[in-house]
Ligand binder design. Structure first.
Ligand SMILES: *Cc1c(COP(=O)(O)O)cnc(C)c1O
Length: 428
């Protein structure tokens, strides 16, 4: 570790103190590798680590309350159901939903988008209708729409990005028209790190009668979110990106919209009455939740959200801005390193991640080499192949931070990256 850390401002010092306190909640972050080097986890955008507060809730659920929900009158079932529904309440309140019945639990964000393309898309979309996406979308927000297009013959259009790696709002305006039925876009890009102007996009989309689906996977753990303020009609997220367990995510939509849709999957839990020749559907939200859900995991997601709320999303955002600036300053000193997406400035808020390329060194080599020093970064296309193709590249390296990242970790990363780059350049 770099011991000679000099804080450039009192804000940096305060941020670092907060990170050091928060990271003590995360057992995975306390490891060292075989050579005794501390683990530096810079892959939070792929999945976040889990604090004790979440692990303890999972442990408690499986040790004390494990039972199937909404069935049986026994004590375990009523405790499990209560905790499960309270997690839904926490999630609803977290995104600013009107009621907890507007939150549909899914396996992850991908399943939530598939649910919507199936239930809404198959019901509403006809040949010649248009769906407007962007070239920066995660594959989860591309492929389900491609499947819908194959079923319905609708047209998928893609908004481009500007020279400086942000959503091209002018191109969006040019492509939006009265055939546009829905705009589906990422709130914060997992590759570019840009924060898209969703409120503006929603206003414009609504002016032609189109709905807006927001992929909030990369924003939920990093900035305050409110579906009303965003003007979203649908919003999806995954718990594992916000310090919660895998296997649980959610879809939010208004009760009005959800009521108008047919069910997604059939099975137990989603029915009211079943006869041999037909069935009737359960009330919201259960209509969309067939089968036994991920009960402990949903409760864990509730605990994760409460944990983030306890730290405060405004504070997390401020704090991560300082980390981002520190990261960008460090990376700017490496010759030939190109960061995808907008540059950091006090005006353009940017997510706490940097995807970058070096013309002469492959991202996989960088990541593999850094791993030996204890540093975990991502390399590859980060599930945004079309975006990488837009830049004429097949892969990039990505360092993604969280509120547990310290300034020392960033310094150590920049130092090790610099040495790795020098090494490759000498030996190539
Ligand atoms: C991770 C991610 C997804 C997909 O989440 P899953 O949990 O894999 O379904 C979608 N969009 C963005 C922006 C993501 O970062």
């Amino acid at each position: 570790m770099v011991n000679s850390l000099k804080f450039r401002s009192s804000l940096e010092k305060e941020t670092n103190t907060l990170a050091v306190i928060a990271r003590s909640d995360f057992p995975t972050l306390k490891q060292t590798n075989q050579e005794g080097k501390p683990l530096i986890y810079l892959d939070h955008a792929a999945t976040s680590q889990k604090p004790y507060q979440v692990l303890q809730v999972l442990d408690h659920y499986y040790k004390h309350d494990n039972a199937n929900v909404h069935r049986g009158a026994h004590q375990l079932s009523s405790r499990a159901t209560e905790a499960f529904e309270s997690a839904r309440e926490i999630t609803a309140q977290f995104v600013g939903a009107k009621a907890s019945s507007e939150i549909i639990f899914t396996r992850n964000a991908s399943e939530a988008i598939n649910l919507f393309t199936r239930c809404w898309g198959d019901l509403t979309i006809k040949a010649g209708d248009e769906i407007l996406l962007t070239v920066m979308e995660h594959h989860s927000n591309l492929v389900p729409w491609q499947l819908l297009a194959a079923r319905t013959n609708c047209l998928l259009r893609y908004v481009s990005i500007t020279e400086d790696g942000q959503l091209d709002v002018e191109d969006f305006k040019a492509q939006l028209n009265e055939r546009t039925k829905l705009v589906s876009l990422v709130h914060v890009s997992n590759t570019l790190g840009c924060i898209n102007p969703v409120t503006l996009i929603s206003q414009l989309a609504h002016s032609v009668g189109a709905l807006v689906l927001v992929d909030a996977c990369q924003s939920l753990a990093h900035l305050p979110i409110n579906v009303k303020q965003l003007g979203a009609d649908v919003l999806v997220g995954s718990a594992h990106k916000l310090c919660g367990p895998t296997g649980i995510g959610f879809l939010w939509a208004s009760e009005y919209l959800l009521e108008s849709l047919p069910p997604f999957l059939g099975g137990g839990e989603m029915i009211q009455d079943v006869f041999l020749s037909y069935s009737s559907w359960a009330k919201l939200p259960h209509k969309f939740e067939a089968g036994t859900p991920s009960i402990g995991e949903a409760i864990g997601m509730g605990a994760a959200i409460s944990y983030l709320q306890h730290l405060g999303l405004n504070r997390i955002q401020e704090w991560e801005q300082i980390l981002t600036e520190h990261l960008f300053t460090g990376l700017s000193q490496i010759r030939g390193l190109r960061i995808l997406g907008p540059q950091f400035s006090q005006q353009t808020h940017r997510a706490a991640l940097a995807s970058f390329t070096l013309e002469d060194i492959h991202a996989n080599d960088l990541a593999a080499f850094l791993d030996t020093t204890g540093i975990c970064i991502r390399s590859g296309h980060h599930c945004t192949q079309p975006l990488h193709r837009h830049y004429g590249i097949t892969s990039s390296a990505r360092a993604s931070l969280s509120f547990t990242t310290t300034l020392e970790e960033i310094d150590y990363f920049v130092q090790e990256l610099t040495e790795t780059v020098d090494f490759f350049r000498k030996h190539n």
